[in-house]
Ligand binder design. Structure first.
Ligand SMILES: N[C@@H](CCC(=O)N[C@@H](CS)C(=O)NCC(=O)O)C(=O)O
Ligand SMILES: [Fe+2]
Length: 289
């Protein structure tokens, strides 16, 4: 082996070592970044629920919808967020068993994929009032405006307009408990589609950034649906990992305009029914216990 060949081989070995070193460095750097974010998340402990705050997440397996039953443990006043028609008997049974009094059946928006349980719950639990955002274009007993407060016992929900999936979408925040119910504005690692009803991607992007991701990092977010079995997220997680909302507004619009999702199966039945806030398809007879 002559001198030139030896020199070439040494140079090649040296180069590959340098490349490996930079790859290793990159790997360590990425791991450190990840570890730092995990440590940050661990520090962002959730606000513990007050002892007098009752919370129950409920699920509809047909439309993958989450409903939330909340109550004041002392006064027993309760609200339910996004109830589903078919589950009104289940929900009213829980309310009855726990000795709660349902004050409001609240809707984050006029849903396209299922019929709200508001009307049926009104029938099963007389005295319940249905509630929806004033811009939803739906009928209800109470219409909410931006930043209006809804009370149950001593607890307060603040309703914020978060349009974009539909015009009337609202996010319900309980500041004291560090939680927000985002409806379909923000889903876990996703967001509501913008290709039907009054959907508009730019409006949705601004709503989510200005009203939801601007909440404290440790706020826990509860969506109206999840299609992968996840139950909750946080502001910090979505700001880091939401594949759509971490992009620029232009990229977001591009993504949303190219989702090509199938039309929701129940939309033609659900939207007209929800405009009447659930006074639809309710059995004349009480369900058998
Ligand atoms: N496949 C479902 C439709 C699911 C769907 O379109 N969900 C709406 C919320 S009502 C959505 O925004 N989905 C967002 C997504 O899937 O990324 C059905 O037929 O009901
Ligand atoms: Fe929806």
């Amino acid at each position: 082996m002559n001198g030139i060949m030896i020199a070439k081989r040494s140079l090649t070995t040296l180069l590959s070592r340098t490349q490996n070193l930079s790859k290793e460095r990159q790997f360590i750097f990425n791991n450190l970044k990840q570890a730092r974010f995990c440590a940050y998340l661990a520090m962002q402990q959730r606000t513990p629920y007050s002892r007098d705050f009752f919370f129950r997440q409920l699920f509809d397996e047909k439309s993958w919808t989450y409903s939330y039953l909340l109550a004041d443990v002392n006064t027993k006043e309760a609200v339910i967020i996004d109830p589903v028609l078919e589950h009104a008997p289940r929900d009213s049974k829980i309310i009855h068993e726990l000795g709660l009094k349902l004050k409001f059946a609240m809707n984050t928006h006029c849903h396209a994929d299922h019929i709200t349980g508001s009307g049926y719950l009104k029938k099963l639990l007389p005295g319940t009032l249905s509630v929806i955002g004033g811009k939803a274009g739906a009928n209800a007993d109470r219409f909410l405006v931006d930043e209006e407060t809804v009370e149950f016992g001593r607890h307060k929900i603040v309703a914020y307009e978060t349009p974009g999936h539909t015009n009337g979408c609202m996010t319900f925040v309980i500041h004291e408990q560090g939680i927000a119910f985002t409806g379909d504005a923000l889903l876990i690692r996703g967001c509501g589609r913008t290709d039907f009803q009054e959907g508009d991607p730019k409006t949705l992007y601004k709503s989510v950034h200005n009203k939801i991701l601007s909440l404290p990092d440790n706020f826990v977010l509860y969506p109206a649906h999840d299609y992968q079995g996840r139950t909750e997220t946080t502001v910090a997680e979505e700001k880091k990992y939401n594949p759509r909302l971490t992009r620029s507004i232009e990229e977001f619009v591009e993504i949303m305009n190219n989702l090509n999702l199938p039309y929701p199966k129940q939309i033609d039945k659900a939207v007209p029914a929800n405009r009447e806030c659930g006074v639809y398809d309710i059995p004349a007879e009480e369900p058998k216990k």
